[in-house]
Write a protein that binds this ligand. Structure first.
Ligand SMILES: [Zn+2]
Length: 337
């Protein structure tokens, strides 16, 4: 048997968080480059801190892991290298030619100590360096709001996204664990403002929340795509709504399995086949690849190992990812280059 050194198919990935997408050895190097005092001087102890080393974790523990990586990435130098390493690595290792990495710039500026514009511009610089080296790759940045932040603070992120739209920011998203008082309807105007400026919108929903909550989110936010959204599989009407709004779900199997939202391979099969049968479009993503020790090739392989879809169906799922990109393209060429 011939072992190929790269996957045969070109892939697209639209839902992954930068904090958990940098390989631990690169994160280690970035931290040392900046003289950051880490909780451990031993690499393998650090490795255990930034990766999930047990099969299942709680939703709370899952989010605690984010803090250290965000701290290491909290400077322009770190962000430039992060974007460069993540985009070039995803192409080299998984042949991902279309990428939309997401991050929250407010979790990269040491609570106001660093300039937000410098952080975003450095991220764009890192992205451009990778695109210049690998011209086959297209990429655009997603700026993420957080459910733990007040609306006026999240509004800053939306305004920055609008400011850097012509430089390579392609959309906005809301992520993070829910905090009391957070209401999706409070964001209708900000989402409309982002869209009116030419940005695209997605949101984390139908993951930790219920199908009812997701139904409400679809009513109050103007959306172009969904992050997760798998909870809709229990509700025929909701799946119909997703279909009518032409929203593609960016699903992340290992991420949902690791926190127990999807119980096991059998449950994953039930979820994905139900969505397919109800003609809901979806694509496969990693969410937090380095933290979860996964990659897009492995995630797609799950569709084969659990005998969920055949090759023609897998090709369709990959095609849906390319079709629902937020990156403005003209004849397949990245407009930013
Ligand atoms: Zn996510």
């Amino acid at each position: 048997m011939v072992t190929l050194s790269r996957p045969q198919k070109e892939l697209a990935e639209l839902h992954f968080h930068l904090g958990q997408s940098v390989e631990p050895h690169v994160l280690w190097s970035i931290a040392h480059e900046q003289g950051i005092k880490l909780p451990s001087k031993d690499y393998w102890e650090f490795f255990d801190l930034v990766t999930l080393n047990k099969e299942k974790v709680t939703w709370e523990d899952y989010h605690k892991l984010f803090h250290l990586t965000e701290l290491v990435q909290s400077s322009p130098v770190a962000m430039e290298r992060t974007l460069y390493e993540v985009i070039s690595g995803a192409y080299r290792v998984n042949n991902i030619t279309l990428q939309e990495p997401g991050f929250n710039p407010l979790y990269r500026n040491r609570e106001g100590e660093r300039d937000l514009d410098q952080i975003i511009l450095a991220a764009l610089r890192g992205m451009e360096r990778a695109l210049a080296e690998f011209p086959k790759v297209r990429a655009g940045l997603m700026l993420m709001l957080d459910r733990r932040l007040p609306k006026d603070v999240n509004a800053i992120i939306v305004r920055k996204a609008i400011k850097y739209r012509s430089r390579g920011v392609v959309g906005i998203d809301i992520a993070g664990p829910k905090k009391e008082g957070f209401k999706y309807e409070d964001y209708t105007d900000l989402y409309a403002e982002a869209r009116a400026s030419g940005l695209k919108t997605t949101v984390h929903t139908g993951e930790d929340g219920t199908a009812e909550e997701m139904d409400h989110v679809l009513d109050v936010l103007p959306l172009d795509r969904l992050n997760h959204g798998f909870r809709a599989y229990t509700d025929k009407k909701l799946m119909e709504k997703v279909r009518k709004k032409n929203l593609t779900m960016c699903l992340c199997p290992t991420s949902n399995l690791s926190v127990g939202f999807i119980k096991d391979g059998k449950h994953l099969k039930e979820v994905l086949q139900t969505l397919w049968k109800n003609e809901v479009k979806f694509c496969i993503n990693t969410d937090n690849p380095s933290m979860l020790r996964t990659n897009l090739t492995k995630e797609i392989e799950l569709l084969r190992t659990h005998e969920i879809f055949d090759e023609a169906q897998i090709d369709q799922i990959i095609a849906w990812a390319f079709e629902c990109t937020f990156i403005p393209t003209e004849h397949g060429k990245n407009l930013y280059l």
